[in-house]
Structure formats: structure tokens, C-alpha cells
Design a protein around this ligand. Sequence first.
Ligand code: SF4
Ligand code: MG
Length: 321
Amino acid sequence: PSPLLEVKDLKVHFPIKSGFFGRNTNVVKAIDGVNFHIFENETFGLVGESGCGKSTTGKAILRLINSTDGEILFQGKEISKLPHKEMRPIYRDIQLIFQDPYASLNPRKTAGDLIEEPMIVNTDFSPEQRKRRVHELLEVVGLSAYHASRYPHEFSGGQRQRIGIAKALSLNPKLIIADEAVSALDVSIQSQVLNLLRQLQRDFGLTYLFISHDLSVVKHISDRIGVMYLGKMVEQGSKKSLYENPLHPYTQALFSAAPCINHDKKRERIVLKGDLPNPINPPKGCPFHPRCFVKMAECETVTPELRYAGDGHYVACHLYK
Ligand code: SF4
Ligand code: MG
């Protein structure tokens, strides 16, 4: 099958002023050559520390940020350079669920208004049809028609995220980009919302790009996972192959800190030295080399490419050639 979404060598670079009176201009490489694809009905998890470029990747796909280079193919069609007018049908097909349900919902609008909004602009439904659809959507996300006249502050965090999901579903999208969609919720509510998302995926044939810094969340929901570090994809593979056999030293460290799937297989905790380097002045060679515990001489000068390592598994590290 051909992928629903393909991201090829995507780059987002932007200039920033620094130094005395902002006299110097530096280029931040927020994303510096990211590659991945997502098949229909699949959940692709994008994981990494805050500032690694995963949100920027999601925003670039939705054209909320302009990419500097590379390609974004949606259903085989290049969309990264389309005029915004021609993006309209694509904006229906790709929807975003935000991090903080509180911040993303207008407090002066009822849940019904919020869910209805995208339909006013993008469909020719009559007011009655829209109202019926709002009630339908509320039920689909586990709320009820009664909630249509309530305001965001009257809902719990989990309920607000359900409203956000209903709104995202209102135009029958194909792809949903969820950026830290459950990160603001309590753990017990998180799993309810994740289960809802999986149910909706089955019922409506949805495809997810699931972005999170939280490995346990990504593990719960993803079929395949990509690991990002300093604007680059450093490893990618099926959930199983990544968890059972993480290849990149960064992935090994990241996964060693997260609870194991099968507890019989004990994993030694790898603690990384140092902080995430400054993206304005990233390290030469492998971006991970200042923190890598198996670094070799060439790692300081040669940047490793993302290469196929068998079994649907890709890695960017000189240890694997
Ligand atoms: Fe470590 Fe070198 Fe691999 Fe980078 S390329 S992760 S520095 S071994
Ligand atoms: Mg983010």
C-alpha cells in the first residue's frame, strides 16, 4: 500500500538575532532533514525531548510553519509548496488536536458552537444538519447532546479534550496530528482518551501522527515510532523492533528510563550526561556525540545518515553500516 503521508528530507530553518543589540544573525535548524511515512489506519508516534523538533514537524505538515526544504506528500500529492487557497481541501483532511485542551478552546463559546465552527466554513450543511452532527459527534466521543450548551470551564480536562477531538472529527478527516494530546491530563484520564482515540481509529479508519515527549504514551498507542534528536530523525521502526532492539544509543538511553513492556526482560538504566545542546550551535558530526557513551572518532566530524538496518528499522549512527 502507498503511504497516506510521506515526509522527505524536511527542513525548517529560521534566522534568529543574537548577540549585542541583536547584531548577529544565526540560523536555527529546528528540523534538519526529517524522513518518515505513515500508512493509512496506522499510528506513527514521534518521540523525543522537548525542543527536538517534533512539534515543528507537525506544524510544517499543516503548513502552520513554512518549510525551508524537502517534500510533504499527502495521498501522493506534494503539498509543502501549495498556495494556501489550494490547501483548503487538505485542511479538511488533516486535523490537529492540541496539547492543552483548556488553551485551545474559546471560553466564550459553548461546546456545541466549538464543534460546529469548522462545518460552517467548510460544508454546506444546513443549521439543522450541523446541529444533528454536533450531537452525533458528542456521543461519538463519549459525551451527550446535553453537553452542547455547556461552556469549556464547565468541563473537566478529559472532557475538554473529548470536545477537542469531536471538533477535529467534524469534517471527517483522514489524518489527525495529535501534539501532546494527553500530556496535560492525569494518567488515568490519559488512558481513557487514548482508548477513545484507538476506538475512533477503528470506527472511522483514521490515521494518526502522535507526537509526545512521553514514551509510555507513545508506546501505548503507536504501531511504528520515530525518535527525534536535535531536529533529526535518529531511529525509526515498528514499536516491537524499537522496544526489543533499540539500536541508536540515544534511543537505548531514552527507553532504558521508561518502564519495560515485559518485566522479565530487565534493562539497565542508561543515564545521559549533559543537557540537550543548543540548537543554535549544534555539535558537528553526529548531533548526539557530546552525550554518547559509545562515541568513536568519526562521530565528531561525520554526520550519520538514516540508513536501513533490516526488519523495517532505520537508524542514523556510525555503529551500524
Ligand atoms: Fe554515538 Fe557515534 Fe552513533 Fe552518534 S554516530 S550515536 S556519537 S556512536
Ligand atoms: Mg512540542
